[in-house]
Ligand binder design. Structure first.
Ligand SMILES: *[C@@H]1O[C@H](CO)[C@@H](O)[C@H](O)[C@H]1NC(C)=O
Ligand SMILES: *[C@@H]1O[C@H](CO)[C@@H](O)[C@H](O)[C@H]1NC(C)=O
Ligand SMILES: *[C@@H]1O[C@H](CO)[C@@H](O)[C@H](O)[C@H]1NC(C)=O
Ligand SMILES: *[C@@H]1O[C@H](CO)[C@@H](O)[C@H](O)[C@H]1NC(C)=O
Length: 451
């Protein structure tokens, strides 16, 4: 009795420690309502009533091999609670822990009152190139594996599903086929267990990481090109029918940012706009890959990612709000050691960047705080194809390491978020100390009040 009471008290205390969040922070490490890192890469979203289910790949062990399809629930798309795993390895089948299961997507089959999961099913060298199907009576399952197969006899690697909820709920498989050369859209059977015919084929399109949504009767397809774990400029296409004809491709973000260092995973309608849900893969440490969810706005007429450090979503209103912070130019700080100003050819918002940070170079800068944990965004450039990092400390405290993924070019500037406790009033941030490696070039520090 006493032990049970103690456990309840401990659980209540733990819950109280994990405060509800109000903002989406693209590129941050995300934590669930238990305070554990969210592992749900290659996301698929399912909405049931007012609850969202987020399915994804668990890469906590930093391996590409299958360890589980996770299932998280949320009613606000910001605070996520981990549920039981939806699918786990089955030895002796094509979804054993030595195989590949990627990009799980779930749709509901009304006729059978059944949830149907489709995923990329492969062996460890990606040579089998199949799709897998599993079913369950509840959204998180656990799902029963039906099998893996080659749709209509052809290869299928990256895939997604699209259900035309406005019409007769016809569902489609969207997949990279024929050695990732041809992109295909195939109609599913009434059970959503198989595909019956290819309705559109984009020959030689070399697309992967697809997603589709319908907006005002027009179908929008999103996909990346093929460059392994490295990001590339993701594209959109549109058509009046899933069978096409599909438009030519166009970028969803400035080309030189490689889709703000990300790859499409899912595209969730939000009012007259959408949410782009991407992955920022860390190929050397897969479990450290980040979720890059951004508003996808049609305000210019075409879908474009709205780059934001922090933003809020109101799903039922169909709106998003970009959160503003206070910006500090790196050049206004105090440079130490080998750190240098980069000159008028390397500017952001009209301010010069600071180079040669780390390995003896430091930048000290004063910012205002409100006496709370606050998001701080570091605007940097890293033209390497691998990730860099920098250290940051507050008021002489311990340094924390902030990852600096590839920005796409030495003059392309992206931001990396870090949550820091700032005192009320002036705080001194020290960047680049205690690291022997070189950091990316630093341009701007933005401090936010929302968490
Ligand atoms: C995996 O799928 C392939 C192709 O269908 C099949 O030949 C093989 O027997 C399957 N492996 C297992 C362990 O079921
Ligand atoms: C899918 O349908 C095709 C015929 O179009 C059939 O050959 C194949 O066996 C079916 N696959 C499964 C897994 O039911
Ligand atoms: C943020 O700043 C922009 C540009 O100044 C402004 O249009 C927008 O309304 C601001 N957002 C909020 C939430 O204040
Ligand atoms: C920081 O980046 C360097 C390469 O520049 C890497 O060797 C090191 O492991 C990284 N440190 C952390 C903590 O990620």
């Amino acid at each position: 009795m006493n032990i049970i009471l103690l456990k309840v008290a401990a659980a209540v205390l733990l819950c109280a420690l994990v405060e509800a969040k109000s903002v989406i922070v693209p590129g941050a490490l995300l934590y669930d309502t238990d305070g554990d890192e969210i592992q749900a890469h290659g996301a698929g979203i399912l909405q049931v009533g007012t609850t969202f289910y987020w399915f994804g790949e668990d890469k906590a062990d930093n391996s590409a091999l299958f360890s589980g399809v996770t299932c998280y629930t949320s009613t606000d798309l910001v605070n996520w609670e981990r549920q039981n795993d939806a699918l786990t390895p089955i030895s002796g089948t094509n979804i054993s822990s030595l195989d590949i299961v990627e990009r799980p997507k779930v749709i509901y089959n009304e006729q059978n009152e059944q949830y149907v999961m489709w995923f990329h099913s492969d062996n460890s060298d990606y040579g089998l190139a199949m799709v897998g199907v599993a079913t369950a009576d509840t959204p998180c399952g656990p799902y029963s594996y039906r099998g893996s197969f080659s749709p209509l006899g052809a290869q299928s690697r990256d895939e997604s599903v699209f259900q035309d909820v406005d019409t007769d709920k016809t569902a489609y498989l969207l997949y990279a086929s024929d050695n990732n050369q041809d992109f295909k859209i195939a109609k599913m059977d009434a059970n959503y267990y198989n595909v019956t015919e290819v309705v559109a084929e984009m020959t030689g399109a070399t697309l992967e990481a697809p997603g589709m949504l319908k907006r005002d009767g027009v179908y929008w397809l999103f996909a990346s090109h093929t460059s392994g774990w490295a990001p590339n400029p993701n594209k959109y296409f549109y058509a009046d029918s899933t069978s096409g004809p599909w438009s030519s491709q166009a970028d969803i973000a400035p080309e030189d940012t490689n889709t703000y260092c990300s790859q499409n995973a899912y595209d969730l309608p939000l009012g007259s706009n959408a949410i782009y849900m991407g992955d920022r893969w860390d190929s050397s440490l897969l479990g450290n890959s980040r979720y890059t969810w951004y508003p996808l706005s049609w305000s210019s007429g075409d879908p474009q990612i709205v780059y934001a450090d922090l933003w809020k979503v109101d799903y039922s209103a169909g709106t998003y709000t970009v959160v503003n912070g206070t910006a500090y130019a790196a050049q206004d700080g105090t440079l130490g050691g080998s750190a240098v100003l980069l000159g008028s050819d390397s500017t952001y918002n009209g301010y010069e960047g600071v180079g040669y940070l780390g390995s003896g170079g430091t930048l000290s800068i004063n910012v205002n705080g409100i006496g709370a944990e606050q998001w701080v965004s570091l605007y940097y450039a890293n033209g390497d194809s691998s990730w860099r990092n920098t250290t940051i400390s507050v008021n002489g405290g311990d340094s924390v390491v902030v990852d600096q993924p590839d920005t796409g070019g030495s003059h392309v500037i992206l931001s990396a978020p870090v949550l820091l406790y700032l005192e009320e009033g002036t705080n001194t941030l020290l960047i680049g100390a205690d690291q022997s490696n070189y950091a990316g070039d630093m341009y701007q520090i933005v401090v936010y009040e929302e968490t």
